[in-house]
Design a protein around this ligand. Structure first.
Ligand code: ATP
Ligand code: MG
Length: 553
């Protein structure tokens, strides 16, 4: 199933028509993040869309940091965003761009609007401005400062720029229409005083353009043909177009809106994600439970699975919430096809094979992947003492339990059939060891006496294995909509979203695995070496996802 066979989404149809009709020769899109947090799954959708359009229609896509609010922005975020975009498999055209690259031009155009009599310096306080703006059912009133002369406005705006006024003392507004039913058109502010250092322009500016003013003009300066954004900007579009019509811009970009990606069982507001980080509910923006791109990366998601998920969701104008299970399905499918197999015992219980000589070892061979021969075979030492999982042994059990039971047989995966004779307990009655026997000639064969084992369990040699830590992650929230209906999302945090198991025993092939190598630990799920905590002397594996979806149950 190739991407090109899928029906085009509505934006792709618009672009196809624009190209066919010659309205544009080549498309240029952009991804415009504000560097005030890490990217999340919603941004991934916007990235896949914008970069995907450029790729599919032979155009280009810019990465532009929308950096008009210095107070909340940081270089750390700029760097993480670049890393995440590339990790997702995309490359921007040319250098990265910043809205702040255009501050001179934006300022010049603001002066142009003043000279045309279309902008004025307004001294109303924020609260007064709100009163004058009116409401949905009542028209607004003109600011008393709207009648200032061009000369006066030029002088005041220059004083604003030179830092002669305090923050909030005045602002530059455009004269659009105080009676417009669209509140965004009621003489919006385009420049505010903010005496903050900027991560790109330092102290050059103490006035900063509004998003609405900066965005479309930046699009025009970059020759963006299709400016794609989320639905909440639909109401801003008339203003976007007003600026393009009223300024001598070098191009006329168009804005198109699609619905935001919302995923259940999580939150995708940067403010809330930042709160989780700042209040230490998680281990940073890249905590493997976070819906951030860096969190999903550390969790073991592949770029391909995230792209596939975004593709499955599609691009529409319909608002809706996507099931987290769909994202989990995408990664499970990918890893089922592409992760090598391995055995790792999470809760070790010793098995001593009383009829297997001490000091003897033989090498068992297992495929790297059951359906693929491009994965190297694995070799596993088999010895008298083994580890199996505590869950795979019971002293007695009914027929439904198809694992090891005293007096019964089980197959050790890729190895012998064994039969348990007795178990050893400690003073607290905990089972600490099982004594069992191998059944001769059963590697690759059923027992000659015809008594077949009922089940297969995984195991690891107790002499030669890799000691490791395993981190079992689950969904971060137990509530299907943690931030809906006035709930406190912090109270919906899943208290069992992380379980740390130490002293786990993995097969030797994992000794040489690297950061971000992914595996299916047979019968346990999909795992990845943690990029933060793992090192060659102390391997740490994160559970990416369980083998089956257990949330729907
Ligand atoms: P947040 O609400 O999380 O703070 P934002 O829209 O303020 O997100 P930006 O950095 O401005 O964050 O977003 C960059 C781009 O990503 C914008 O074009 C925005 O429309 C898009 N985007 C943000 N969130 C989503 C989402 N949930 N689904 C799809 N696109 C999104
Ligand atoms: Mg935004």
């Amino acid at each position: 199933m190739s991407e090109t066979e899928k029906p085009l989404n509505f934006i792709e149809r618009i672009i196809r028509d624009d190209l066919e009709q010659g309205a544009v020769k080549q498309i240029t899109t952009r991804f415009p993040p504000e560097p005030n947090g890490y990217l999340h799954i919603g941004h991934a959708k916007s990235i896949c869309l914008n970069f995907g359009l450029a790729r599919d229609f032979g155009g280009t896509c810019n990465l532009r940091f929308d950096d008009t609010n210095p107070a909340k922005e940081e270089v750390e975020y700029v760097e993480s965003i670049k890393r995440d975009v590339q990790w997702l498999g995309f490359q921007w055209d040319g250098d990265i761009r910043f809205t702040s690259d255009y501050f001179d031009q934006l300022h010049e155009w603001a002066v142009h609007l003043i000279k045309e009599g279309k902008a004025f310096v307004c001294d109303l306080s924020a609260e007064e401005m709100r009163e004058y703006r009116g409401g949905l059912t009542e028209a607004g009133k003109d600011s008393p400062y709207k009648t200032r002369t061009v000369e006066e406005n030029l002088e005041l705006f220059e004083k604003m720029r030179l830092g002669e006024f305090d923050e909030g003392a005045c602002a530059l507004r455009v004269k659009v229409d105080m009676a417009s039913p669209n509140m965004h058109m009621r003489d919006p502010v385009i420049y505010r005083i903010k005496k903050a250092s900027h991560h790109q322009t330092g102290d050059k500016w103490c006035i900063y353009p509004s998003y609405d003013y900066a965005h479309g003009q930046s699009d025009a300066l970059e020759g963006i043909t299709h400016s794609v954004c989320t639905l909440e900007f639909e109401e801003h579009r008339p203003l976007y177009e007003w600026f393009i019509e009223n300024l001598p811009v070098p191009a006329t970009p168009h804005q198109y809106e699609f619905s935001r990606l919302e995923v259940n069982y999580t939150v995708t507001s940067k403010r809330k994600l930042k709160q989780l980080v700042d209040e230490n509910h998680v281990d940073g923006w890249d905590d493997p439970r976070m819906p951030t791109v860096s969190g999903m990366r550390r969790r073991g998601f592949t770029p391909a699975s995230i792209r596939e998920f975004c593709d499955m969701v599609g691009v529409t104008k319909v608002k809706g919430v996507v099931d987290m299970g769909m994202l989990e399905f995408a990664i499970r499918e990918d890893l089922n096809k592409n992760a090598s197999r391995a055995m790792c015992v999470l809760h070790p219980l010793k098995v001593t094979l009383t009829n297997y000589p001490e000091g003897q070892a033989e090498t068992m061979v297992a495929p790297g992947h059951p359906q693929r021969d491009d994965f190297p075979e694995r070799e596993m030492p088999f010895t008298r003492e083994l580890w199996i999982d505590q869950d795979d042994f019971r002293e007695s059990a009914n027929k439904k339990y198809k694992r090891l039971v005293i007096g019964k047989r089980v197959r050790l995966r890729n190895s012998y059939v064994i039969e348990a004779d007795e178990c050893v307990k400690d003073a607290d009655d905990n089972i600490i060891e099982v004594k069992a026997r191998i059944i001769e000639n059963t590697v690759g064969n059923n027992p000659e006496d015809g008594i077949k084992p009922k089940g297969v369990i995984h195991w690891v040699s107790a002499d030669q294995n890799v000691n490791c830590e395993v981190r079992l992650y689950d969904r971060l929230f137990t509530d299907i909509a943690p931030d809906a209906g006035g709930k406190d999302f912090l109270e919906c945090i899943n208290p069992d979203s992380l379980e740390v198991l130490s002293g786990c025993k993995a097969e030797m092939s994992l000794a040489n695995s690297g950061i971000e190598d992914r595996f299916q630990f047979e019968r346990e799920g999909y795992f990845v070496q943690d990029s933060k905590f793992s090192n060659p002397d102390a391997l740490v594996f994160n559970r990416v996802i369980s083998l089956r979806d257990t949330w729907g149950k």
